[in-house]
Design a protein around this ligand. Structure first.
Ligand code: SF4
Length: 314
């Protein structure tokens, strides 16, 4: 099946790009490219089944995740650095919309219900084209937006009827960390606005189907960084006090140092059980009872390798 050309809105967005808060105004068709170094096409690192996520997302079969190449944040410690760096070669394949849709359909034919877009903030027009393309093929998966939360609030508002599940990764509410670690001084302000908008749309409850697979809702992820316990507590306080203690949280201990931060006092090591315990205690103290607390199992267990065809399989 052929897809119709992208709408004028997409073309306008990509030719003078203000898709994300960086607001580069780059012409992504002709260059020069903007901060994310991403053109107007579908540059994809992997479309794969992932079973190691929160059980409501994976169900029996796993979630079909689409990992886009590059990112609008450049976190020093990025756990997916093989695909996210903007100034280095990354794992990336240029596909067309039909090829993307077919790969997703293959997974859906195996019983997959959820289709996740991972770090899509710099490719929202492409994400929307994929959603539209699947709908045109008669497919109605649960769309999951797994974003770093460095998004424009109006863009999230526009997705209200199209994205069923928001899975934001709330990184920091500490401005100095946002500057130092992610080159985004306004991250705390932007991300907290985005989270409020997501909460306005979805509220604290998750809607599940008969098999316990999510149909709609908001799950906030937070990766605890070594040496940054206070930031994690601040993130949890924001969720409990400014959204609701009923929000589902996925607290993650899986941080693993990457080569770029080797030697850094904090980022160059793993999280300690004491640090994680302190954050878990704060979660309990705040009455945040919904969600998942990852165990302190070996962090290597969760580490993907995008050089493999199946990045999450050993
Ligand atoms: S999506 Fe990329 S080009 Fe567009 S504003 Fe953001 S960083 Fe700049």
């Amino acid at each position: 099946m052929n897809f119709s050309l992208p709408s004028a809105e997409y073309l306008a967005c990509l030719s003078n790009c203000v898709c994300c808060p960086r607001g580069c105004r780059a012409d992504r068709f002709h260059g020069p490219l903007g901060y994310c170094q991403t053109g107007a096409g579908f540059e994809i690192a992997s479309i794969c089944l992932h079973c190691g996520e929160e059980p409501v997302l994976t169900g029996r079969t796993g979630i079909c995740n689409i990992f886009f190449s590059r990112c609008n944040l450049q976190c020093q410690y990025c756990q997916n650095y093989q695909i996210s760096r903007n100034r280095e070669d990354v794992i990336s394949r240029k596909l067309n919309l039909d090829q993307v849709a077919r790969q997703i359909e293959e997974k859906m034919d195996q019983g997959v219900k959820c289709v996740g877009f991972v770090s899509p903030s710099h490719v929202l027009p492409q994400m929307e084209m994929i959603m539209q393309g699947l709908k045109k093929r008669g497919r109605n998966p649960v769309f999951v937006m797994n974003t770093n939360a460095y998004d424009k609030t109006e863009r999230i508002a526009a997705l209200e009827d199209r994205v069923q599940v928001y899975l934001p990764d709330l990184k920091y509410l500490d401005e100095s960390l946002a500057i130092h670690l992610s080159d985004a001084p306004d991250y705390p302000e932007v991300a907290s606005r985005v989270l409020r908008e997501m909460f306005r749309q979805k509220g604290p409850e998750l809607k599940l189907d008969k098999e316990g697979v999510i149909e709609s809702g908001l799950i906030v992820r937070h990766l605890v960084l070594p040496g940054q316990v206070e930031n994690s507590k601040q993130v949890l306080r924001f969720i409990a006090e400014e959204l609701s203690p009923g929000v589902y949280i996925s607290l993650m201990s899986q941080y693993s140092p990457i080569p770029a931060v080797a030697g850094d006092t904090n980022l160059g090591r793993h999280l300690s059980p004491e640090e994680y315990g302190e954050v878990v205690e704060e979660m309990e103290r705040l009455g945040l009872e919904h969600g998942w607390i990852q165990e302190m199992a070996g962090s290597g267990h969760y580490k993907p390798d995008f050089a493999r065809q199946h990045p999450f399989k050993e």
